[in-house]
Design a protein around this ligand. Structure first.
Ligand SMILES: [Zn+2]
Length: 235
């Protein structure tokens, strides 16, 4: 329910403000934006109507962060949605849900779910779709991962990279029971690390990095990064 409402909010915003250039993204809520040296990806200075975006990230990533901050504003100003959220969640859980919903809305703004559905119908949910969708639709890989996990239940998408290999981002759909910590190191003998080292796609069982419980994993490496789609095992 909440997710459907957030998607609709984002879709209406996209339609009202298309094409969503960074300027138009911010202007739709009467805000401006600035690239600045801040410790988090993005911040909303509500008093000044100004969105701050962290410097040193790719333009696509900055656009995603901007859309995420715009979603904070839209949700904050939607009383019905807010009261629904407060009814269901409190404390840390509320904060975590809010962040996930802002990510979901940002993805819907930049990568319409109709497009994702069409791709999934043709190709099925595979890890390779994370970099492929990002490339085809000129969005960040985070956006692609969020959009893909939004279309399926019981899945988790992971993007890992860097040296030592770490989890850079993860997005889980409803009902997937766990998630890796951000920046969790991927052990050298983990299927994700081996996929990256060999360049060979992997399909089989593997736990999340630093976890025990095995899931089904589809992994794919490209350009120094490795992408994974985890699913719960059928009982
Ligand atoms: Zn946020």
């Amino acid at each position: 329910m909440l997710r459907a409402k957030v998607r609709e909010l984002a879709r209406d915003y996209r339609k009202a403000n298309a094409p969503l250039t960074p300027e138009r993204l911010a202007k739709g809520i009467g805000a401006s934006f600035e690239i600045a040296p801040i410790p988090t990806d993005g911040m909303f200075d509500f008093d000044r109507g100004r969105i701050l975006i962290a410097e040193g990230q790719s333009l696509k990533r900055q656009r995603f962060t901007l859309a995420h901050e715009v979603m904070h504003y839209l949700i904050r100003h939607d009383e019905n949605l807010l009261s629904d959220m407060h009814e269901e969640y409190a404390g840390d859980e509320f904060e975590e849900t809010l962040e996930a919903l802002c990510n979901l809305g940002a993805a819907e703004m930049l990568l319409p779910s109709e497009n994702v559905k069409a791709t999934l119908a043709k190709k099925g949910l595979r890890a390779k779709l994370i970099p492929d969708l990002a490339e085809t639709h000129q969005v960040s890989e985070e956006v692609a991962a969020i959009a893909l996990t939004d279309q399926a239940a019981h899945v988790l998408a992971v993007i890992a990279g860097g040296r030592p290999l770490k989890v850079l981002f993860s997005s889980r759909s409803e009902f997937f029971p766990a998630r890796p910590a951000k920046n969790a190191e991927v052990p050298k003998d983990h299927a994700l690390a081996l996929t990256l080292a060999t360049g060979l796609p992997f399909q089989g069982e593997a736990p999340l990095p630093k976890h025990q419980r095995p899931f089904l994993l589809d992994a794919y490496a490209k350009g120094g990064r490795v992408y994974g789609i985890y699913r719960t095992k059928p009982n």
